[in-house]
Design a protein around this ligand. Sequence first.
Ligand SMILES: [Zn+2]
Length: 94
Amino acid sequence: MFPELIEGCPNKFQRHGSITMNYYSNDPREIKTKFPSCCATCGCKLPKGVNVYYWPSSRKIYCLECGDEDYRQFLSSAADEEVINGTGNPYCGC
Ligand SMILES: [Zn+2]
């Protein structure tokens, strides 16, 4: 997810596997539609097989245009959380 955070630090990467993000089942994610759908915000048609943002907690699907801002906000808040928890510290120290 953030390869620049682990660049130059292969040991850390190996030790921790993926240190970048922990995904939970309710976390929003970018998916490909498996069936035709509609954007929950603008109502545009989303045919099968296009990339969309999916928010499992509300079971809503947003087109990339509508979902982008919220998704980025989620990513940055999740990253902050991991740094605060000490699981996603971008500063390696090795
Ligand atoms: Zn939309």
